[in-house]
Design a protein around this ligand. Structure first.
Ligand SMILES: Nc1ncnc2c1ncn2[C@@H]1O[C@H](COP(=O)(O)OP(=O)(O)OP(=O)(O)O)[C@@H](O)[C@H]1O
Ligand SMILES: [Mg+2]
Length: 340
């Protein structure tokens, strides 16, 4: 096969943008990947680089190099049209002439993952630092003579215990999330009596609700079919949703657990008459560490991981998750699972 046919096929199929410039910074060639990444109205051939890419750092680097002021750098990172590219400059010299090859690799996804990782580490450090600072402060005060008074001792130890519990909950939740994400915590599907899961979880929250002056009701019809699911993981979903419903509902309010068959699915609703969630926050509440009101959630012992865990588990069941909420009116978190 002719060499140029092979080279053309490589340039056409490669997932890296290629732009070839002459010594006056005009384009000689661009491969399809480049043309798709930087849509210019007409063909790029014959156009100057600044008519194709508006990035000042890249223009400056290329122009300085072509003017003989600088050596071509190994690579430069640019952002253009909301995407990130790693641009490698390769000069070709031939019989005194100069041609510059630009290879552009789309690194938007790597950047996104990098940002998520950085945010995650920052969030975890912050969430651990807050209770740890309290534990340190209170224990130092006790060691500095605060232990002499029995009442102070007891009170401070309680605070230390509360913060230590909070830290261990955070670590448990992080481990659960990490196991779910890395598929180490397998979701084993089997027929689950969801009515039993809802009622036993409700029993576990009865005292917490009573202490806060909140009524819990349940509406589960007789003969509700079982669902295909993982018993313990589904229990975790109901615990997290019921915990939120009680936590974010003021005294005098109510929470209702209901379930109903809906076609080939069973739909479970956890409804409360609580503070509700502003519409602009709803798309974000399933993100790790996202809280509508950080200070309030933290005061209530929350770390913002409960709903991230719920989302993962429901996704692992191929189920559907839905929220309806209005500030001051209350929220309903619903999920559907396959009936069996
Ligand atoms: N039923 C609800 N009513 C009002 N706001 C809610 C409700 N459920 C969740 N939210 C909002 O969504 C946020 C995220 O919930 P999530 O369960 O992930 O975290 P958390 O409850 O703050 O902490 P954690 O669950 O780790 O104890 C909460 O901080 C709260 O702002
Ligand atoms: Mg929660």
């Amino acid at each position: 096969m002719a060499r140029n046919v092979i080279l053309e096929a490589i340039a056409r199929e490669m997932q890296t943008g290629v732009l070839v410039l002459d010594s006056s910074c005009k384009a000689l060639y661009a491969n399809p990947f480049f043309a798709n990444s930087f849509p210019v109205k007409d063909a790029v051939e014959g156009r100057r680089l600044d008519e194709i890419i508006g990035n000042p750092a890249l223009l400056d680097t290329v122009q300085s190099f072509l003017a003989g002021r600088n050596r071509a750098p190994e690579a430069i990172e640019i952002s253009e049209g909301g995407r990130f590219f790693n641009v490698r400059l390769v000069p070709l010299r031939d019989r005194g002439g100069l041609t510059l090859l630009l290879f552009l690799q789309d690194i938007t996804e790597e950047k996104r993952v990098e940002t998520i990782k950085k945010d995650f580490v920052a969030n975890v450090s912050h969430e651990l630092r807050t209770p740890l600072a309290s534990i340190k402060g209170y224990s130092e005060t006790l060691l500095d003579g605060g232990m002499d008074d029995k009442n102070t001792l007891k009170e401070f130890l309680r605070v230390i215990d509360r913060h230590a519990t909070r830290m261990s909950r955070l670590i448990d939740d992080l481990l659960t999330l990490s196991k779910l994400e890395s598929h180490q915590m397998e979701i084993v599907l089997a027929p689950v009596d969801i009515k039993e899961v809802l009622l036993s979880t409700r029993t576990g929250f009865e005292k917490q609700a009573r202490d806060k002056g909140i009524k819990i009701a349940s509406r589960i019809p007789e003969g509700l079919p079982k669902v295909l699911g993982d018993h313990d993981r589904l229990e975790q979903v109901v615990v997290n949703l019921l915990d939120n419903a009680i936590k974010y509902t003021p005294t005098g309010g109510s929470v209702c657990l209901s379930a109903a068959a809906a076609g080939r699915d069973v739909r479970i609703d956890v409804k409360d008459t609580g503070i509700g969630i502003p519409a602009s926050d709803i798309p974000r509440i399933f993100e790790r560490f996202y809280r509508v009101d950080k200070a309030r959630s933290r005061e209530l012992g929350g770390t913002g991981l409960g709903l991230a865990i719920v989302k993962h588990i429901i996704q692992g069941h191929n189920g559907r998750l839905h929220v309806e909420s209005a500030p001051g009116k209350g929220s309903t978190f619903s999920f559907s699972l396959t009936a069996c």
